[in-house]
Every structure is written in C-alpha cells, then in structure tokens.
Design a protein around this ligand. Structure first.
Ligand code: SF4
Length: 373
C-alpha cells in the first residue's frame, strides 16, 4: 500500500492546482533563472524559440553537475560545433577530450552517437516530440520530457531531483526515495495535467518547477518566504521542510582495489586506451590491473609492464564512482627515450606531458598522474 499522505486523484481540487500553476508562472516571469541556453518568457513572447541542439547539449551536461561547472563546457562545445551535424562529423576522441572533467564518459560517447543519428536519420534537425526524442541514443525519460517541453511546448511531466524535492515537500510524501519516485511522478503529472483548465506555457512551467527547486526550495535551507507555493506546502505548514524528501539510508559503497603504472620517458608518459565497453570505455588511461575486491600483490606483479624497476608512490589514489570506491596503488618508472620502442597508435600512445590535456584523461587517471610525481 502506498504511503503518500494524499494520492494523486484527490491531491487538491483542480481549481487549486490551476491557481498553483498560475502563481508559479508569475514567479518564473520575474524570479526564474537566466541561463545561456534558455529563452526567457519576454523573448519567447517576441517569437524567439530555443535551439533544441543547444538545449540538448545543456541537459546532457547538467545531468550530474552544476550550472556553473557545465556552462564553460557548453560554450566551448557550441563554439567548436555550432550545429549537431558539426558534432556528428567530429572525431570521437576530440569530443571525449573536450568532455574531460565532466565525468560519466558514457554520456560523451552517447552524445557523439546521438549527434550522428540526428545528422543521418533526421537531416540534422532535432526531433521535438517526447516520443521521437526517446528513440535517440543517450536520451532518457527526463531529457526527452525536458527538451519536448522547452522546445516544443509539449505538456510533458518533467521530474528531476529539484522537482522531486519540491513535490515531496508540498505533499509530504512519506515513501522514501528511490521507492517513492513513482508517487512523486504521479503527483508532478497531476500538477502538470494538460487536460485541466488554464494550463498554458508547459515549457515555462517545467522550467519554473526546476528553478523553484534549484533556487528557492533548496535541500538544506529553503527560502519559503520567497516561494509562490508557500501557502500550498504541507511541509512548510508542519515546519518540517528539510525532512523531505525522505530517503532510504545509503549503503556503504563497496571498495575495489587495483594498481596503475605510470611509465615516463623524457617528456612523455605511456597511455593505453581502455576497451570501448565498460567503465571509462574508450578513454585513455595508464596501464594497470583489473579492479577487484581485495588488494593482491601477485595480481599487481603479473600486470607490471616492463621494465620491472617500479617504485610505489606514497600516495594511494581514491576515487568514488557511482557504485563503488576505487583505491589505486600507483607505481612509477622511467626509461630512456631510445629504449621506449614503438607505441602502437590507437591503443598505446606516448603522450607529451605538456599536452596531456589533449588526451581526454578521466579524473581518476589525472589523480594517478599527480600521485606519480
Ligand atoms: S514552501 Fe518552502 S518547502 Fe514548501 S515548496 Fe516552497 S520553498 Fe519548498
């Protein structure tokens, strides 16, 4: 049995929902964020429409990071690849290198793949409906709903972390996340139901709920005095805003261990390309062991590239991925330039240290390099 304080069908009378939507849109007209990829309501009124390519880029970049961190990347991508066709025609390594620092590299690979599909199958024109967007690689339910709402004014249900927080507080949803997601989605859908009267500007409405969560209904200190929904909010009335959303306590992440080898020769270091599939797929990194549940000296010794005079760094690299924490022992060695032999093109590369940024090293490998010096 569901534990929401109210279930979607009788959550609030429809005239109250309509009043909430009007209040939120009025707040958004003055208080919504100005973002470089966004067309503000006053500009929409003048007939300016958002560029779906630019919106898609921003949404993919923002999935695991903040607006200030993503914005320079977004600008760099748009300057280098002004259209989705330009991005599709780019070398994938260049795209991965430009993505370095944003993390979650599967996203960069999918970005490139998706650009290819839009260029080839849609003549370089981004599809705009939620249904069509969902068929593109790397576009999930949230991104499809968001692009369709923002760029096509489709009345989709947008649910991100910000929206979940706002809705959970308004209705004091008791089921903890992640189990409570379906309740929150049902409540968000009821609030953005296009069949209720007076629902205008679905794109602005979707952006407004996200903005409310990002700027007013913040996780630790919501500024309820500025909130257009303060009179509708059950958590505010009860004085328990920050108890929501309820969350299932996180399990401690498992730890995996491994080793990485940094071989230097003159001004260059040896990099290997990781296999295309799996974590950090296709990215450059240092040769190393598999990552396993226990540190094993014999595994490390078996993986040591020649030469064998490896020195272990005092610093152990720690890096947290979504599902585990990685601890890497770092070994370093040096060989004379004339002994280094051929590095084989695409798989192994001697990378000049002064151009290391060009090689799309994921953050964990940047930590390895730092630990080796
Ligand atoms: S009243 Fe406060 S807690 Fe409730 S939605 Fe608004 S900002 Fe969030």
């Amino acid at each position: 049995m569901k534990e929401t304080s109210k279930s979607p069908p009788d959550l609030k009378p429809s005239d109250e929902l309509s009043a909430m939507r009007r209040a939120l849109l009025a707040w958004y007209d003055d208080g919504g964020r100005t973002l470089p990829w966004r067309v503000r309501p006053e500009d929409r009124a003048k007939g300016i429409t958002p560029d779906p390519y630019a919106v898609w880029l921003s949404e993919i970049m923002l999935q695991q990071t903040t607006v200030p961190h993503a914005t320079p990347y977004w600008r760099k991508f748009l300057a280098r690849f002004p259209t989705v066709t330009d991005l599709a025609q780019a070398d994938r390594d260049e795209v991965l290198a430009m993505w370095a620092g944003l993390g979650y590299y599967a996203r960069a690979r999918n970005l490139h793949k998706c650009a290819g599909v839009v260029a080839d199958d849609h003549d370089g024109v981004f599809p705009l409906t939620e249904t069509a967007l969902l068929k593109l690689p790397g576009i999930g339910a949230y991104t499809a709903a968001t692009i369709a709402a923002i760029c096509h004014d489709e009345a989709t249900t947008i649910v991100d972390g910000n929206v979940e927080r706002v809705i959970s507080r308004i209705f004091m949803v008791q089921t903890p996340l992640p189990k409570g997601k379906s309740d929150l989605r049902a409540l968000a859908a009821a609030l953005s139901d296009p069949t209720l009267d007076g629902f205008e500007r679905p794109g602005d409405y979707g952006q407004a709920v996200m903005d409310l969560g990002a700027t007013v209904c913040t996780p630790r200190s919501p500024t309820c005095g500025l909130c257009p929904w303060s009179g509708d909010c059950a958590a505010k009335a009860a004085g328990v805003q920050t108890d929501y959303p309820k969350k299932t306590p996180k399990k401690k992440l498992p730890v995996r261990h491994g080793a990485a080898f940094v071989l230097r020769s003159g001004d260059a270091v040896l990099l290997h390309r990781r296999p295309d599939t799996g974590l950090l797929g296709g990215m450059m990194g240092f040769p190393g062991t598999e990552w396993g549940p226990k540190p094993k000296d014999d595994v490390i010794r078996a993986a040591e590239p020649t030469p064998r005079n490896w020195e272990q760094s005092a610093v152990e690299v720690r890096h947290v991925f979504t599902h585990f924490e990685l601890r890497l022992s770092v070994f370093h060695s040096e060989i004379a330039a004339e002994l280094r032999g051929e590095a084989t093109g695409d798989v192994a590369i001697w990378a000049p240290l002064d151009r290391i940024k060009d090689y799309a090293l994921p953050t964990v490998m940047t930590k390895v390099l730092k630990a080796a010096h």
